[in-house]
Design a protein around this ligand. Structure first.
Ligand SMILES: *[C@@H]1O[C@H](CO)[C@@H](O)[C@H](O)[C@H]1NC(C)=O
Ligand SMILES: *[C@@H]1O[C@H](CO)[C@@H](O)[C@H](O)[C@H]1NC(C)=O
Ligand SMILES: *[C@@H]1O[C@H](CO)[C@@H](O)[C@H](O)[C@H]1NC(C)=O
Length: 387
């Protein structure tokens, strides 16, 4: 009911507000020669207060598409404020904001959530197939099916918080393993955004209501941070050094990459992207095709060269942004990283799709629970005992 109600209000309000604004700005301008531009300017500056006073307690952003506003309104009852000091999950685990207060206002479309992939989920009944309805039940838990499901998670999350979203379908890079597209595409997108947040197709955001700003605070992503990445879950596939660089330091995992646009970041991205040409890093060429590719190149060279202040590159806790429940205990795995905020289903990719469904049902259930409890007297009948 509240949703339908607010949609109706919105439908009534927007044309009314625009009409008023048009008349108002035309009168004020004293000329009708440039009404469109002044209408846009006025709408942008007056949009908030008009909606606040006349319409709803929402603050629709006129720069955002209506779809995003609708999704954001649906999630409003459970959205964690960006200023929150703590977050408690559905198991009662409490997480703090790291005591950091750098991000106290929504960054909105300064943040891009991006999927970067050489694959395109446009196969039979997959998400980007324009000829057929997507079939969730029959989506394969790998390949284009998995990409379809992670798109649902990443795209929905961006709508809830007013972030931009893009799916970057990248061409392969000659002579390089597919994942080498990450630094190149990230670098490119970073020219249009303050923050680019890349999330792998097998990595799923666990709490749709928790904004990036809270996670940035929690993870130590400050205004000075160029790049943040989670520490890898250690495995011993080829002996104890499997997850380490040649200096014995555990590698960072490129399943989640947070990059902030700054001159230093661009230098770093360029060095990473061109690492294999060996003009700066002799030996880097071996990582073109050898595991773990761009991930190892970053940890082997870039992180030692581009962290002059010690906080330019931030290492995010493995338990927060890598691994998943059930990973620990498998023969080769020696860290219990559960992916509290981002689960990265590295060696059980088939778990990602079901996880997307669980995450979504969790959030919708919470919304419905809040709504039910708020209006319990309307929905709940306690039958009288008969005797
Ligand atoms: C799917 O995408 C690929 C690559 O982007 C393209 O070549 C192909 O034609 C598309 N297939 C369909 C059915 O749209
Ligand atoms: C960012 O860098 C500037 C200049 O070095 C410094 O004054 C400031 O304290 C730094 N801020 C943080 C949050 O690290
Ligand atoms: C190799 O990369 C460096 C940057 O690290 C760049 O300046 C140079 O032009 C590249 N060389 C070739 C041959 O592409």
């Amino acid at each position: 009911m509240p949703i339908l109600f607010s949609q109706r209000i919105l439908v009534l309000c927007i044309p009314t507000a625009l009409l008023l604004l048009f008349a108002f700005s035309a009168l004020r301008a004293g000329s009708v020669s440039a009404p469109i531009k002044s209408l846009k300017d006025t709408a942008q500056s007056a949009g908030h207060s008009i909606n606040e006073n006349l319409c709803t307690d929402e603050r629709p952003d006129f720069a955002q598409k209506t779809f995003a506003n609708t999704v954001a309104a649906l999630y409003k009852p459970i959205k964690l404020p960006v200023t929150a000091k703590t977050y408690t999950d559905q198991q009662g685990n409490r997480f703090d904001n790291g005591g950091n207060n750098w991000w106290q206002a929504s960054l909105g479309s300064d943040i891009l959530i991006v999927d970067i992939d050489t694959r395109n989920p446009n196969g039979t009944r997959e998400m980007f197939n324009s000829q057929q309805k997507v079939n969730w039940y029959e989506l394969q838990p790998h390949g284009g099916g998995m990409l379809s499901s992670s798109f649902v998670n990443h795209f929905l999350y961006a709508q809830i918080h007013g972030y931009d979203y893009k799916f970057y379908n990248a061409p392969e890079i000659d002579g390089h393993y597919s994942t080498w597209i990450k630094p190149r595409a990230l670098n490119e997108m970073l020219h249009s955004y303050r923050f680019v947040v890349f999330i792998d197709a097998d990595a799923i955001l666990q709490h749709l209501e928790v904004p990036m700003e809270f996670l940035f605070n929690r993870w130590g992503i400050s205004p000075n941070t160029s790049i943040g990445m989670p520490i890898d879950t250690r495995q011993e596939i080829f002996g104890p050094k499997t997850s380490m660089d040649s200096k014995g330091k555990v590698v960072l995992n490129t399943g989640v990459v947070i990059a902030q646009a700054m001159p230093h970041t661009f230098e770093m991205m360029n060095a990473w992207q061109t690492c294999t040409n060996e003009s700066r890093y002799p030996g880097c060429g071996q990582w073109k095709l050898k595991w773990s590719h761009e991930q190892r190149a970053f940890s082997e060279y870039i992180r030692y060269d581009f962290n002059p202040d010690g906080n330019n590159i931030v290492e995010i806790s493995c338990d927060d942004a890598n691994g998943y429940p059930g990973l620990y205990g498998q023969a080769t795995v020696i860290d219990n990283c559960r992916g509290q905020f981002v689960r990265h289903h590295t060696i059980d990719k088939s778990m990602a799709k079901d996880n997307v469904a669980d995450v979504m049902m969790q959030s919708v259930s919470e919304i419905l629970q809040k709504t039910f409890l708020k209006h319990e007297e309307q929905y709940f009948i306690k039958g009288a005992t008969s005797n």
